[in-house]
Design a protein around this ligand. Structure first.
Ligand code: MG
Length: 110
């Protein structure tokens, strides 16, 4: 990783603020943006085998999602790194290695 979340968020906010776009970036609009960008990511794979997807386009759509995620976390005052750590801890409880290693069953049927 080249930069930490705080540095990347600062760059995203500078980009947004230079354009006076904060007024448009409500949590609802950003949630829509994340969902729409995720759909654009899926479109990269539509009617293709995974290996046929344009990896540059996939990377660009991931970056679009990440951009909106950073903005939404900032808008809501979330520490995204801390939220991810909490989620990993929750998932470690749901998916203990001895039960989940090598299988894709959901936690409620492990
Ligand atoms: Mg996009």
């Amino acid at each position: 990783m080249s930069q930490d979340l705080a540095s990347l968020t600062a760059q995203v906010l500078a980009f947004r603020d230079a354009r006076d776009w904060a007024q448009f970036h409500t949590s609802e609009q950003l949630a829509k943006c994340i969902s729409i960008e995720a759909a654009e990511l899926l479109e990269c794979y539509l009617w293709k085998q995974p290996a046929e997807a344009d990896t540059q386009k996939v990377a660009a759509e991931l970056a679009d999602i990440f951009y909106a995620v950073l903005l939404m976390a900032n808008t809501l005052g979330f520490d995204l790194a801390e939220e991810l750590k909490k989620k990993l801890a929750e998932n470690a409880e749901k998916y203990p290695v001895d039960k989940s290693k090598g299988n894709n069953k959901k936690y409620d049927v492990l």
